[in-house]
Write a protein that binds this ligand. Structure first.
Ligand SMILES: [Zn+2]
Length: 373
């Protein structure tokens, strides 16, 4: 009764109306209880709205990837830091992004698409760390006063009556126990979400072809194309045949053999000619087999050399794919010399800007050979 009186007094004084939980604050639903899939529906709607926005369908693959990354980064940097996103909602978002990128699933390998669920847990790890450090936040003070009281946070167990959100934060503490309190000494200084994410997913660096994608210097448009080639996701003749879109599977460029990724980029006479021409200005031998395999073999080479090879190879493969599409749509086949000139221009443009920031004389010599030829 007292509360009701106080409540109505506040209402008449401020003019604000009482609301029920969950209520919306800065666009998100706030509730001490578990958020239902329905509560998070607006989140899925936002993603769909942005991805299916005006003109998004007309974007090239690299543009689509940038869009997906930007949508997911807003989820990572805002929503995932505030509350626990239900797994069903994450699955829906991933499906929307995957379909937009033309893939069965939008995995993280090399494209910078983080696992949303793990990122979410890593983001919540920040709260656990704040409580441990007794950070100067009103919320942390409140938590210590109401829940932990004079207990030790490391050993704290929530009661059954605690709210769902609080119990979840305590669960996150258990997940990060080894990182925060283990003897391995991983935790130095301030906790970062990136650190927590790496702790949760130590195997992300081990994806073989992901190593290729993380090579610096590569043009983003080329990077995405190489990634699709590595996964054999481009719509080559063999895939179009399987989809029953075409009936014949002869190569558009050499008109001879059955076409798949391996043929198009490595075995085709046209591609071979282009590769030979690239060797006239590139000081390194380019790989003659599928990218994942050669990359694994070339691991021991110097980093700068690998970067240069990756930039050249990515430009060459992207242009071969472009040329093949031109051939398919416009029945127009460019001479290998023209295609390689285009590759050289793109590589030169990319490496010239890198050359300005490089101090290594050996690297400068390589870049000079490529850029001035
Ligand atoms: Zn061919």
């Amino acid at each position: 009764m007292v509360c009701r009186t106080a409540g109505s007094e506040i209402e008449s004084e401020t003019g604000m109306k009482p609301d029920k939980v969950p209520f919306k604050y800065l666009g998100i639903n706030v509730s001490p209880k578990r958020l239902s899939v329905l509560d998070c529906h607006c989140l899925v709607e936002k993603v769909v709205e942005r991805i299916r926005g005006l003109g998004a369908r007309k974007l090239a693959y690299s543009g689509r990837l940038v869009l997906v990354q930007s949508v997911l980064s807003s989820l990572h940097s805002y929503w995932a830091r505030i509350f626990i996103i239900p797994k069903t909602v994450i699955a829906k978002i991933k499906a929307v992004c995957g379909r937009f990128l033309g893939m069965v699933r939008a995995s993280e390998g090399g494209l910078g698409i983080k696992k949303l669920y793990d990122w979410n847990i890593a983001a919540l790890g920040k709260y656990v760390w704040w409580i441990e450090q007794k950070a100067d936040h009103l919320w942390v003070k409140w938590v210590h006063f109401i829940y932990i009281k004079r207990g030790i946070w490391k050993e704290y167990e929530p009661s059954m009556n605690s709210s769902w959100a609080w119990r979840k934060i305590c669960q996150v503490k258990t997940i990060f126990h080894q990182l925060f309190y283990g003897n391995v000494g991983q935790m130095t200084g301030q906790y970062t979400i990136k650190q927590g994410y790496k702790f949760l997913r130590p195997d992300i660096e081990k994806v073989s072809w992901a190593a290729l994608m993380t090579v610096k210097w590569m043009v983003p448009r080329h990077r995405f194309c190489v990634w699709l080639i590595a996964q054999e996701r481009l719509l080559t003749q063999d895939r179009l045949m399987k989809m029953q879109i075409i009936t014949g599977n002869l190569c558009f460029m050499c008109g001879l053999v059955e076409v798949d990724h391996e043929h198009l980029f490595f075995r085709c006479e046209y591609s071979r000619k282009c590769r030979d021409l690239v060797h006239s200005w590139c000081p390194f031998q380019l790989p003659t087999e599928k990218c994942c395999e050669w990359w694994m073999k070339w691991r021991s080479r110097s980093l700068a050399r690998k970067r240069v090879i990756a930039v050249v190879m990515a430009a060459l493969m992207t242009n071969i794919w472009w040329c093949r599409n031109k051939c398919r749509v416009d029945m127009l086949l460019f001479r290998p010399e023209c295609l390689v000139r285009q590759v050289h221009n793109e590589v030169r443009l990319r490496l010239s800007s890198i050359r300005l920031g490089s101090k290594n004389s050996k690297v400068l010599d390589w870049l000079d050979i490529i850029c001035k030829n």
